[in-house]
Design a protein around this ligand. Structure first.
Ligand code: GCO
Length: 390
């Protein structure tokens, strides 16, 4: 048995500026990493030096057989101080888009991937109402410079993780635990998506634009259905509803969250394999998330992230095989799934967990920056090239 994907199905990988570029010192994450009490295990530092090595990294991705590359703009490079735009930084991302296109890949540009310029967070960052117009202005300026070369765009990467981890869990900047702040940040993130979306659409170029939401499978004990539904709505639903009517919805799924009767997460189920991320090995998360995103938004689905952090590359192949199995069941049921982006191209900076979790199809030597193509990269690249699952 083999499975053919629809014509035009997009196969890509994804990265984010702060996780791969190196030297992104002018954003809130860099500041947070250097705060003694932040809990981040190590700073991003040189990351994968992708700011300079992107030409060879993109060439490698194209050689493997992929058709698209999703990367993010580092807002703090483009707008290092309020209202001060760097044409040199914008030109850098123009060269990245052009290089991606030269290799026959679709450049998929994320406008915000977790990092916010230092100047924009001094008055509360995502809890400050000013962030909405600031983000829209950044989208407008960047699209004016890059729009003609962009193939697809996502506004804010996982707004629900920005609010949850930054303002409730406290493991992302600003490291707070405050329900009021969490709600406020969600309001501003939804509004910023809408305004950013309009700003990008109004600029040059004609390309699909969408949001991305961190999703997953959810479980709660019998009798806790109401708690399960309200938690899911708070975490995923509100951001999916805010994205209804967009060109597509970006689904990002990795695992499952188990809740107790009180709606609080209980951690992995006994007997289920766990990963270095602390969550369960749960490839079914993708199928559940695609179905839910499609039904809530009514939009075409793009899997903008799915992957596994592991040192066992065979486990990676197993995980993606199972996740893609779920994706094909969605296609068979008539759900309009347009593409799959593996997270990530490179082993990179996994935020508070530093360089421990290895999500990459390509390994990176932390001392020499040497790249090593893993077997999983060849395997997934061959699937991408054939547009078919063996
Ligand atoms: C996210 C981000 C990525 C992560 C990835 C692995 O989904 O949290 O988009 O930056 O690195 O998901 O955890």
């Amino acid at each position: 048995m083999s499975y053919s994907f629809p014509d035009g199905f997009v196969w890509g990988t994804a990265t984010a500026a702060h996780q791969v570029e190196g030297g992104t010192w002018n954003n809130d994450w860099w500041a947070f990493e250097h705060q003694a009490d932040s809990g981040t295990v190590e700073p991003a530092g040189d990351a994968c030096d992708h700011y300079w090595r992107y030409p060879s990294d993109i060439a490698l991705l194209a050689d493997l057989g992929f058709g698209a590359y999703r990367f993010s703009l580092e807002w703090s490079r483009i707008e290092p101080e309020a209202g001060e735009f760097s044409v040199a930084a914008l030109d850098h991302y123009r060269r990245m888009c052009a290089t991606t296109l030269d290799h026959g890949l679709i450049p998929v540009v994320t406008f915000h991937h977790f990092t916010t310029p230092r100047w924009a967070v001094t008055d509360g960052g995502w809890t400050d109402p000013a962030i909405v117009d600031r983000f829209a202005r950044f989208c407008e300026r960047s699209t004016a410079h890059l729009g003609d070369l962009i193939g697809m765009a996502t506004t804010i990467n996982e707004p629900n993780i920005v609010s949850l981890m930054g303002h409730m869990v406290g493991a992302f900047p600003p490291g707070h635990h405050d329900l009021g702040e969490y709600a406020l940040a969600n309001d501003h993130l939804r509004a910023a998506h809408r305004k950013g979306y309009d700003a990008i659409k109004a600029g040059p170029g004609h390309f699909p634009v969408g949001s991305t939401v961190a999703m997953g499978d959810w479980w709660a004990p019998e009798g806790s259905e109401a708690v399960l539904e309200s938690t899911r709505w708070m975490h995923e639903g509100q951001h999916l509803e805010a994205a209804a009517g967009d060109d597509f919805i970006g689904v990002q799924a990795y695992s499952r969250t188990r809740l107790g009767a009180d709606g609080m997460p209980t951690g992995p189920e006994e007997g289920v394999e766990t990963l270095i991320m602390g969550y369960e090995y749960w490839p079914d998360a993708l199928e559940v998330s695609i179905r839910s995103a499609a039904s809530i938004t009514g939009s075409p689905v793009m899997v903008t992230e799915n992957g596994i952090g592991t040192t066992d590359d065979e486990q990676r192949v197993r995980y993606v095989t199972d996740a893609l199995g779920g994706l094909t069941r969605c296609l068979d049921d008539g759900i309009d799934v347009r593409g799959y982006f593996y997270w990530s191209l490179l082993d990179n900076f996994e935020w508070a967990l530093g360089y421990g979790p290895q999500f990459g199809l390509i390994g990176v030597d932390r001392d020499t920056q040497a790249r090593t193509v893993k077997a999983s990269a060849e395997w997934l690249g061959a699937i991408a090239r054939a547009n078919r699952l063996p």
